[in-house]
Design a protein around this ligand. Structure first.
Ligand SMILES: NC(=O)c1ccc[n+]([C@@H]2O[C@H](COP(=O)([O-])OP(=O)(O)OC[C@H]3O[C@@H](n4cnc5c(N)ncnc54)[C@H](O)[C@@H]3O)[C@@H](O)[C@H]2O)c1
Length: 310
């Protein structure tokens, strides 16, 4: 496979173009709003520069030369061996796009979606080519966070799963195989569990938003950069995970009893949180903070790689 089609030239679509082009694929990008291409290459170049600080072998100019922007969806479908859809998270938009892609692309082509939470069977119901469609869900920004969840639907073929895995292995991703369809896959279910609990604690007045953030930023998050919840508890009791579970399992069982309430995601709560956040980070500093986030992510990736981790 040498040619990849990217549908959608937004934040995620630009990051995919950087990842696929630095990995040696020719990339064809389509967006229904051609004005996005006025700034697209500038953004991809920045992402490639960020990637190069992790992998010095990347050739930015050669990578950019492999990208063709503002191609028609027909041309993209005639060239691509693999297509990655990254249009907005709106079911009807994705359903319509997948129907077009299934119609326009040759049968051997695998079609992946970056959807954050929608199972592929919902996007592709009634499509002839359901067997060649799959979720390939990244975390943001994909070029700095290597995790990609590969989530087949009940009608996705084994061949499609293998082809998608080959593409993302060849792109340097860290693949998570999701065995069964579930809304939010694994990543956003874990993120959702944490966010929902943060929202409950905040709305009930246990701590302000920055203090809740600090427990992750200056606490749990430091460990989470290189180990997940199961490995964490495996190291947190002298006898490993089973010892941890027998010592502390009752604490989590008790807490789970009052963690079932639906948290307050109302607009009123959003307004309150926004006022609190804008005092800490004024609106005109949001972009600068996102740049700093990427800078720290790059440094973290470098430290991990230097220490033999992914
Ligand atoms: N931003 C994130 O944190 C994140 C993380 C992981 C996955 N995702 C998923 O990636 C997808 C894209 O998200 P994003 O953040 O890049 O959004 P975005 O709004 O930055 O980009 C979406 C792009 O799609 C284009 N578009 C709209 N309708 C289209 C159509 N019918 N055909 C082709 N292009 C169309 C828009 O012009 C825009 O350029 C979503 O499904 C989102 O859930 C986002």
């Amino acid at each position: 496979m040498t040619n990849v089609g990217v549908i959608g030239g937004g934040l995620i679509g630009a990051s995919w173009a950087a990842i696929f082009s630095k990995s040696g694929f020719n990339v064809y990008v389509y967006d229904s709003h051609p004005t996005v291409f006025e700034t697209y290459i500038k953004r991809v170049k920045l992402f490639l520069e960020e990637l190069k600080s992790i992998d010095k072998d990347i050739n930015i100019e050669e990578s950019l030369d492999r990208i063709s922007t503002n191609v028609s969806i027909e041309e993209l479908c005639s060239k691509a061996d693999y297509i990655q859809e990254s249009a907005p998270e709106i079911l009807s938009v994705k359903q319509e796009l997948f129907a077009r892609l299934d119609n326009l692309s040759p049968e051997h082509v695998v079609i992946g979606s970056s959807s954050s939470a929608m199972p592929i069977s919902k996007i592709t119901q009634n499509l002839k080519g359901q067997h060649r469609c799959i979720i390939a869900h990244p975390a943001n920004p994909p070029h700095l966070i290597p995790c990609v969840e590969i989530c087949p639907g009940p009608n996705t073929s084994e061949k499609t799963i293998e082809k998608a895995k080959e593409i993302f292995n060849n792109s340097g991703s860290s693949i998570v195989n999701v065995k069964k369809e579930v809304d939010g896959f694994i990543l956003n279910r874990l993120q959702g569990a944490l966010l929902n609990e943060a929202m409950r604690l905040y709305s009930k007045g246990y701590a302000n938003s920055d203090e809740i953030d600090a427990t992750i930023r200056d606490g749990l998050g430091l460990r989470w950069a290189f180990m997940g919840p199961f490995e964490t508890i495996d190291l947190n009791a002298p006898g490993g995970i089973r010892d941890y579970m027998s010592r502390y399992g009752s604490i989590y069982t008790e807490m789970a009893k009052n963690q079932t309430e639906i948290p307050d995601w109302s607009d009123k709560m959003g307004e309150k949180l926004e006022i609190e956040r804008r005092k800490i980070l004024p609106e005109n500093q949001l972009e600068g903070r996102a740049k700093k986030r990427n800078l720290l992510l790059k440094s973290l990736r470098k430290v991990k790689i230097e220490n033999g981790e992914v």
